[in-house]
Design a protein. Structure first.
Length: 488
C-alpha cells in the first residue's frame, strides 16, 4: 500500500510556512484527497449558538474509506469524528464542537483535523490546523495581519546560565510555546513569521549583519529584527522564561521601550500580554502558589530587540510595536514543574494569542502593502526617467481609512532596508479612496527617478492629521532602486 502525507499550507514570502484555516490543500491528481478546507476557525463552544462548531470539507477524487480524527498540538488523539466510512468521490463535511471523547470541552489552543483516506492499495493522510479561541483576530481579513514570533535564545551566544536546576533549558520551553502560538494563529487564518523553528541560532549562516566588523551576539539579535521587519509584521513578540538566584522569585513580567516613536502602542501591547498571561496562569493556582503580580509591565531593561536605532551596534531596529515577555521562572521549583507540562505551555501560547487579538481590536490604524508593479525590479533605470509604481493597500485598522495619501520618497540604499526612521526625499504621492476594515485598493504613484546612485524607495501612508503610519509602528514598504546616469 502506498502511503502519502499532506499538510494544508501556504507560504508567506519572508520567513516561514503558514497554515491557513480557510486555505485549501492541494494534492497530486492520483491522490484520493484533493483538498481540505477548514471553516469556522477559530471557534469557541460557549453555548450562545455562535461559532460553536468548526468543520473540515474533504474533497475526494475517488471513492475511499475516510477516517477523520481531531488531534492536539502534540499529536494526541482528542476525538474521532469518522471511522473507516465509505465515501464516494466529491466533497464531504465533518464537524467538531470542541469536545473530547468523554464529551468534555477541551482547552483553548491549536488542534488539527487529521484525515486518512484509503482507496484500494493507496493510503493518504492530510492535516489542517484549526484554533479554539474565545475571539477572532481581525474578522474583516485575518490573513492580512502578520505576527512576528521570536522564541528567545537557542543561539550559541546566550545559552550560558539559561539552564534549570534539573538540566532542562529555557530555549526548549520558549520554542515549544512559540510553535504552539504559531499553530494557533495560523489555525485562525492569521499570517505568522517565526524567527526559529529549531534549537539553532537565527543568524545562520553567520554574517556581520550590523557592519561592525565582527560576527557575534549583536548579529544574532539583529537577525531576529530582520526577520520581523522584512515581513513587515504588525506586532513583534519576543517570549522568554526567567531565572533568578532566589528560588522564591517567580511570576511573569513584560517589557517595552519608552524611547520609540510608537512607544504608546508597545505599552498597550505590553499591558495586554501581562494581563492575559496572569489570567491564563491563574488557572493553575494552588493553596501555596499563584502567579506573582509584583513584576508587571516594565521599561527599564535595554533589550536589543526592542531598542531604537543606534549605530553601529543597532542599525535595523524592529519597526513595529513589540514586547519582550518573561513567563515563568525555571529556578522556582513549582514554576518549573508547570513549564514542564504541555497544557501549561499551551495556556501561555493562548495568552499571547489573546493579547494579539485585543491589541489589533484596539488599533485605530493599520495597513498592509504589496507591490504590484516595481519599475526597479528589472534592473537599473535612467536618472530622470518616469517611474510608475503600483501598490496594493489593505486597511487593517479598526477605523475606516479616509483622507489617506500614499507617499513615495527615497533614501540612500543600505544593507537590506533602512531602519533609521528617515522620511527621505519626497518624490510623489496619490490620494487613497475611503477604505473600510479589511478593504483593499491599488494605487499608482508616478514620479521622476532620482539622480544616479543606489536608493531605497519608501512608501508610507500620510494621515489627514499630518502623521505617518510608520510613526504608529506600521513598517513602510521599501524597494531597492538602482539609477544610472542617462546615456549621452
Amino acid at each position: 500500500m502506498r502511503r502519502h502525507s499532506l499538510v494544508v499550507g501556504l507560504v508567506l514570502a519572508v520567513a516561514t510556512t503558514v497554515v491557513g484555516a480557510a486555505a485549501p490543500s492541494r494534492a497530486a491528481a492520483t491522490d484520493p484527497i484533493a483538498a481540505l478546507t477548514v471553516a469556522g476557525s477559530p471557534f469557541y463552544p460557549n453555548g450562545d449558538g455562535v461559532r460553536e462548531k468548526v468543520t473540515v470539507a474533504i474533497r475526494l477524487t475517488q471513492r475511499a474509506r475516510l477516517t477523520v480524527d481531531v488531534v492536539d498540538f502534540d499529536g494526541n488523539l482528542v476525538r474521532t469524528r469518522l471511522k473507516d466510512a465509505d465515501r464516494a468521490a466529491g466533497t464531504h463535511t465533518v464537524g467538531w464542537q470542541g469536545r473530547n471523547a468523554a464529551g468534555k470541552r477541551v482547552a483553548d489552543g491549536p488542534y488539527r483535523f487529521r484525515v486518512r483516506a484509503v482507496a484500494g492499495k493507496l493510503e493518504q493522510t492530510a492535516e489542517a490546523w484549526l484554533a479554539k479561541a474565545r475571539k477572532v483576530i481581525y474578522a474583516a481579513r485575518p490573513g492580512a495581519i502578520v505576527v512576528a514570533i521570536d522564541p528567545g535564545h537557542g543561539d550559541v551566544y546566550s545559552e550560558g546560565g539559561r539552564t534549570a536546576p534539573d538540566g532542562s533549558h529555557e530555549k526548549e520551553y520558549n520554542l515549544d510555546i512559540g510553535l504552539r502560538l504559531r499553530a494557533m494563529l495560523e489555525g485562525a487564518g492569521v499570517s505568522t513569521i517565526i524567527t526559529r523553528t529549531s534549537q539553532q541560532g537565527v543568524n545562520t549562516p553567520e554574517w556581520d549583519r550590523n557592519g561592525d566588523g565582527e560576527v557575534g551576539y549583536a548579529d544574532e539579535l539583529a537577525a531576529r529584527n530582520d526577520t520581523a521587519n522584512l515581513g513587515r509584521a504588525d506586532v513583534f513578540i519576543s517570549h522568554h522564561n526567567n531565572l533568578a538566584d532566589n528560588t522564591r522569585v517567580g511570576g511573569p513580567s513584560t517589557y517595552y521601550r519608552q524611547d520609540r516613536v510608537f512607544y504608546a502602542e508597545s505599552y498597550r501591547l505590553a499591558k495586554l500580554v501581562q494581563s492575559n498571561m496572569l489570567a491564563r496562569l491563574d488557572l493553575y493556582r494552588t493553596d501555596t502558589w499563584k502567579p506573582s503580580r509584583s513584576h508587571g509591565v516594565l521599561s527599564h531593561q535595554r533589550y536589543y530587540v526592542l531598542a531604537p536605532y543606534n549605530p553601529p551596534n543597532l542599525v535595523r531596529p524592529t519597526l513595529m510595536p513589540g514586547v519582550l515577555s518573561e513567563g515563568l521562572f525555571l529556578t522556582r521549583p513549582y514554576e518549573l514543574y508547570l513549564l514542564k507540562q504541555p497544557r501549561v505551555r499551551q495556556s501561555m501560547a493562548v495568552a499571547y494569542y489573546d493579547a494579539v487579538r485585543a491589541f489589533i481590536a484596539g488599533r485605530s490604524y493599520g495597513a498592509r502593502y504589496a507591490v504590484r508593479s516595481d519599475p526597479g525590479a528589472a534592473g537599473p533605470v535612467a536618472a530622470g526617467a518616469t517611474l510608475a509604481y503600483q501598490v496594493r493597500l489593505v486597511n487593517t485598522g479598526m477605523n475606516a481609512a479616509s483622507g489617506w495619501r500614499l507617499v513615495a520618497s527615497y533614501v540612500p540604499a543600505v544593507t537590506l532596508y533602512d531602519g533609521s526612521g528617515l522620511r527621505g526625499e519626497p518624490r510623489g504621492e496619490v490620494a487613497v479612496p475611503s477604505l473600510g476594515r479589511g478593504a483593499r485598493s491599488e494605487r499608482s504613484v508616478t514620479f521622476t527617478a532620482p539622480p544616479a546612485g543606489d536608493w531605497l524607495v519608501k512608501f508610507d501612508l500620510l494621515l489627514p492629521n499630518g502623521r505617518y503610519l510608520s510613526d504608529l509602528g506600521i513598517p513602510p514598504l521599501q524597494l531597492p532602486l538602482t539609477v544610472e546616469a542617462p546615456a549621452p
